[in-house]
Design a protein around this ligand. Structure first.
Ligand code: NDP
Length: 458
């Protein structure tokens, strides 16, 4: 049977675009349907605009720090409107690059929402296209818990487009998005209250990073309400009133929910054609990103493996190489480095201390907490924390974690070493770069006392 296309991709985000252009480069006839803008969450309303806003919000601290270095800078003022306009211009530029990547590769872009109507058929705006293979790369979408007044809440989508900067902001949630936006609004001068239902932010991260960041954010002015849930949201004379399950209430100008994201797999005809979904709606795939229907594949957040752009890109690339380039390869989802662009930021790769203790009999922890050099003259009290987790028997470095300035930039390189299976002896044999914070990763010599060993000795 001849098909209209060799590959029909639904979703022009990070994973979909990479898969489509690589497949087209391998000679496949490719179509990509997208109902919004090319670039997807990361480029249009995620990683990229978020990071631009992080840069913007950090300037305030940089100006404060400058005084310690002899600069006399008058009290700066900030225009949210100008920032958003500049950000939007940059996003437009990037979107055009994405269109260019697809058209230069020879892929056909189709504007509209794709719906799977058969194992080899996709419908867009009433027109049916056939393809040998279909790739679902539709990403995820923020979830707001079902409470009265939820329509007054915003998510990170709207936070990036607000017509004006809210002066009082509540952020609900304690994950990546919540802490990043709390830092953004706090840095830009808003009064920020972060409401978390448990006691700590960033579940799943190493405890030293979680504790260190929460203390640092509080020191910078973020007000944490822990063990608290919002029960309803009402419009007030000026702003919104949040009712809390403590019986108290909170007045804010905006409330942003960052309580997780759900896979975009609904209303796409997937279950009708037999594509199996996981209980949370994510598309179930095997190691080749293949669904329960042989001709249908899925990559990125919609599969809920690791919801990170570079992972989606690798999944898309591996899929295209495997099925269109005659170069079969699978993505290794272990030791994926990641960063939280909080203030200060976190960089992490490999196991947390808790994960390592659960999997290995004997581990050594190397920890360093220090005031970064820049903070000496600026007078800032912030501390950096670095941590290595080592398997005592094999000497392998199982995890590396950092909280502090430049942590994401530093951990990327450490990630290569961990991925290669570097031992602590390899770290020790590496000469440090002085003076830098990064050098601590190769100069930590003495493990912190092991609680298990101390107990045994008593
Ligand atoms: P996360 O899953 O990381 O965090 C969700 C947070 O919301 C948790 O703190 C959770 O609390 C809390 N929560 C969940 N449900 C409720 C509820 N009903 N009421 C109150 N709190 C609730 O989600 P995010 O939305 O922050 O991010 C989604 C994904 O996007 C991340 O997992 C990450 O993969 C990706 N991402 C990556 C970034 C990066 O690489 N820098 C940046 C932004 C996003 P609890 O701990 O109690 O469960």
């Amino acid at each position: 049977m001849t098909y209209d296309f060799d590959l029909f991709t639904i979703g022009a985000g990070s994973g979909g675009v990479r898969a489509s252009r690589i497949a087209a480069g391998h000679g496949a006839r490719v179509a990509v349907a997208e109902d919004y803008r090319a670039g997807g969450t990361c480029v249009i309303r995620g990683c990229v605009p978020k990071k631009l806003l992080v840069y913007a919000s950090h300037v305030h601290e940089d100006v404060e720090d400058a005084a310690g270095y002899g600069w006399d800078i008058a009290e700066p003022s900030h225009s949210w409107e100008k920032l958003i306009a500049a950000k939007n211009k940059e996003i437009d530029r990037l979107e055009n690059i994405y269109h260019g990547l697809l058209s230069n590769a020879g892929a056909t872009e189709i504007k509209g929402r794709g719906r799977v109507v058969g194992p080899n058929a996709v419908e867009v705006d009433g027109k049916t296209y056939t393809a040998e293979r279909i790739l679902i790369a539709t990403g995820g979408w923020p979830v707001v818990p079902d409470i009265p007044g939820k329509e007054h809440a915003i998510t990170s989508n709207e936070a990036l487009e607000l017509p004006e900067m809210p002066k009082r902001v509540a952020i609900v949630g304690g994950g990546y998005i919540a802490v990043e936006f709390a830092g953004i609004f706090n840095g830009l001068g808003a009064e920020v209250t972060q409401i978390i239902r448990k006691d700590k932010i960033l579940r799943g991260f190493d405890e030293d990073m979680r504790d260190g960041l929460q203390v640092a954010m509080a020191d910078k002015g973020v007000n944490f309400l822990t063990g608290v849930n919002v029960t309803r949201i009402d419009k007030a004379d000026s702003g919104l009133t949040l009712s809390l399950d403590t019986g108290e209430s909170l007045e804010v100008d905006a409330v942003m929910y960052a309580t997780g994201r759900a896979p975009n797999s609904g209303n796409m005809g997937l279950e009708e054609v037999g594509v199996a979904l996981k209980p949370n709606g994510a598309i179930a795939v095997n190691e080749w990103s293949q669904t329960s229907v042989d001709s249908i594949f899925a990559v990125g957040d919609v599969t809920d493996r690791i919801a990170l752009t570079p992972v989606a890109i690798q999944e898309g690339h591996a899929f295209a190489d495997t099925f269109f380039g005659d170069k079969p390869r699978r993505v290794d989802h272990s030791d994926v480095p990641s960063a939280v662009f909080s203030q200060p930021p976190i960089g992490t790769v490999g196991l947390t201390e808790a994960e390592a203790r659960a999997r290995y009999d004997d581990i050594d922890i190397y920890r360093s907490s220090f005031r970064p050099m820049k903070a000496t003259l600026s007078g800032r009290q912030e501390r950096a924390v670095m941590k290595l987790i080592v398997d005592r028997n094999s000497d392998a470095v199982l995890g590396a974690h950092m909280l502090g300035p430049d942590a994401p930039e530093i951990i990327q390189g450490i990630g290569i070493a961990v991925k290669m299976g570097a031992t602590k002896a390899d770290f020790d044999a590496t000469v440090g770069i002085h003076p830098s914070s990064a050098e601590e990763f190769v100069t930590m010599r003495t493990p912190v006392p092991d609680p298990a060993r101390s107990e045994a000795a008593e």
